[in-house]
Design a protein around this ligand. Structure first.
Ligand code: GUN
Ligand code: ZN
Length: 432
């Protein structure tokens, strides 16, 4: 593979600003740097010098920021065709829109078409890694990993497990769900950059037997993930308490089934108790904060500052949660996360926001040693943020005093237009 380099202002984090004594010191911004890429990884980050042009193919990005590829910790690829379904809260929304949509993924050709469009859209938005829910059909997973493997994107995905409280066409059984997931793990986990997540949809659609089987499967395959939904909506939380009367709340259902721990990712967690935050901290379980979805479905306000509280911090990443979420863009997601933080009486500045979208997401996914930073040895997944993407953005940037203000303006005004290019493992995969 050719030695190539990207020239521009490089942004990367060296620590967690939520926890550091000196939060600002965790952010490194290097103007006019050169990111040398070789065999899909970053070989060096050095100050630019014209001599480099002799030995390397240099791509120059003026008026831009080279940022680690964005990380989406919770998203449903089959729901791409139903973004913006009107008027319902979670449980009604699932029955009215989501289940009929997901039934279509029995058809492998449909799954392949949507997987292609979905992954192209992620890259158009600068997202290079995501934790993705497929449908209950193994062929939906096959379609997704096939396309991701072709693009060489680092993706986490899995077959949904559902053996009750959904239409018959979407149900598996504890045994068939286990067997189908196991076969997919053997076929895809660790193939190229693909990683598998055991994926019970949420407690209401899995019997206790299926949750137990999911726990067993996850334990039997170290290195795989566990992803599911947790405490998103008040009616959902009440239903889980009805379905599992002998458990001490929603998270306890998962904990007792062996579904908490490092590499467990829980979506939403809007209505967590202090005991549940403490359980996530103790077990190393991560939360995916999905603000556009929580606002769209009227689910509530995730308490980010509470989750990241020093003393018992919980790993948190950002999720778009499409199709309940309303944008593929992590910049738009950050803009809404800022408003949700405000509604909670706190705030989210660019320092903490960009951490969540990059290294924080990587940490939530237990991948912080290979993605989420621009440094030697890291996989070369890089998004080029355009500071002049629109006339308004260019004008506003001219009035920004420093890099943090520019980044915050991107959180407020930025969307897919601000993604000038997306590099995946050292290869250009999107250019605007
Ligand atoms: N809870 C269970 N399934 C889903 C889903 O598909 N989307 C969201 N937002 N919440 C869920
Ligand atoms: Zn979801």
């Amino acid at each position: 593979m050719a030695r190539r380099a990207l020239r521009g202002t490089v942004l990367t984090f060296t620590g967690d600003p939520f926890l550091a004594e000196d939060p600002a010191a965790t952010l490194s911004i290097t103007e006019d740097a050169l990111v040398v890429m070789e065999d899909g990884v970053v070989a060096a980050v050095t100050p630019y010098h014209p001599d480099h042009e002799r030995a390397l193919e240099v791509v120059h990005y003026p008026d831009a920021i080279l940022c680690p590829g964005f990380i989406d910790c919770h998203v449903h690829y089959p729901q791409t065709q139903m973004i913006g379904a009107y008027g319902a809260q979670l449980l009604d929304w699932l029955n009215r829109y989501t289940f009929p949509t997901e039934e279509q993924f029995a058809d492998p050709a449909h799954a392949a078409e949507v997987a292609r469009l979905f992954l192209a859209e992620l890259l158009r938005n600068g997202t290079t890694t995501a934790a993705v829910y497929c449908t209950v059909h193994p062929q939906s997973v096959e379609a997704f990993f096939t396309e991701s493997h072709r693009l060489n994107t680092r993706m986490i995905a899995g077959k949904m497990l559902m053996d009750r409280n959904a239409p018959a066409a979407l149900l598996d059984t504890a045994e068939s769900g286990h067997a189908d997931s196991k076969a997919l793990i053997e076929r895809w986990h660790g193939k190229g950059r693909q990683l598998y997540a055991v994926t019970p949809r949420f407690a209401p659609t899995s019997s206790p037997e299926q949750l137990e089987a999911a726990g067993r499967l996850w334990r039997e395959h170290p290195g795989t993930y566990l992803q599911t939904h947790l405490s998103e909506n008040e009616a959902e939380v009440a239903w889980v308490e009805e379905l599992f009367p002998d458990r001490h709340g929603y998270l306890d259902v998962y904990d007792k089934a062996g579904l908490t721990g490092r590499r467990a990712i829980f979506g939403h967690a809007v209505h967590l108790t202090e005991a549940e935050f403490a359980c996530c901290h103790r077990t190393g379980s991560a939360l995916a904060h999905c603000p556009t979805s929580n606002l769209f479905l009227g689910s509530g306000m995730f308490r980010l500052a509470e989750a990241k509280r020093r003393g018992r911090p919980v790993c948190v990443g950002l999720g778009t949660d499409l199709g309940a979420g309303t944008s593929f863009s992590q910049l738009r997601t950050l803009g809404e996360a800022y408003k949700v933080a405000h509604a909670n009486g706190t705030a989210l500045d660019a320092l903490h926001g960009f951490y969540l979208a990059t290294r924080g997401g990587a940490q939530a996914l237990d991948l912080e040693r290979i993605i989420g930073s621009i440094a030697p040895g890291y996989e070369a997944d890089i998004v080029v943020l355009d500071l002049k993407a629109t006339p308004l953005l260019a004008f506003r940037m001219a009035h920004a005093q420093d890099w943090l203000e520019k980044l915050f303006v991107l959180m407020t005004l930025g969307d897919d237009r601000a993604i000038r290019a997306t590099w995946v493992a050292g290869e250009l995969r999107h250019a605007r």
